[in-house]
Design a protein. Structure first.
Length: 189
């Protein structure tokens, strides 16, 4: 075990500092280096198999943020926070995506892709028939919550106000993906 730069007491202190911010100052912005660290926390978030069945969208367009606010019960955080990150699941993940993932893994690990074929086959088998009663969208949604947790923890450690918003107006939700022009194989969660 390596020595951490934060003590257990410091970690708990930062987690106690964290709360779901209800009101943001729309005139304040995050410094670039802080935002970069938060973005990197999303990239480094773990997931089952390392597959990361998600995509993150940083919404900067004020008009689009206003449209999203209408779907989020009018919550001001959507328009007033310095950054708005939409977490989307990847839908219809299958063999081609797993093959690309395994190729990337082989490149990063500097090993022949053939040495990871068994791993790729195991992932494909799971995706084809998950061993529990959960849809693949349900599985991907659970995975994206892991990334959200990483983001929230990182924000707390950096003393950055944050507010996760899950609630979208179900009556309006059906048109949400089209309104934000999500790619066909992604869904907002």
């Amino acid at each position: 075990m390596t020595q951490s730069s934060a003590t257990p007491d410091q970690v708990i202190q930062q987690l106690n500092w964290r709360y779901a911010t209800k009101q943001f100052d729309p005139d304040r912005t995050l410094p670039d280096e802080i935002w970069s660290a938060l973005e990197q926390s999303l990239v480094l978030a773990p997931s089952s198999f390392g597959l990361q069945p998600w995509k993150f969208f940083v919404v900067r367009n004020p008009a689009l943020r206003q449209q999203l606010r209408e779907h989020a019960w009018g919550q001001a955080q959507v328009t007033d926070a310095s950054r708005l990150v939409v977490l989307a699941i990847k839908k219809d993940i299958g063999a081609p995506e797993v093959d690309q993932f395994v190729e990337r893994m082989a490149t990063v690990r500097q090993v022949p892709a053939e040495t990871l074929e068994g791993y790729g086959d195991m992932v494909k088998k799971f995706l084809a028939a998950p061993p529990y009663p959960l849809t693949m969208d349900g599985w991907a949604t659970r995975q994206v919550y892991i990334a959200l947790g990483f983001l929230m923890y990182s924000a707390a450690m950096l003393e950055v106000d944050a507010c996760p918003i899950e609630g979208f107006d179900a009556a309006k939700d059906r048109g949400l993906n089209k309104r934000v022009t999500m790619p066909d194989n992604k869904g907002i969660q």
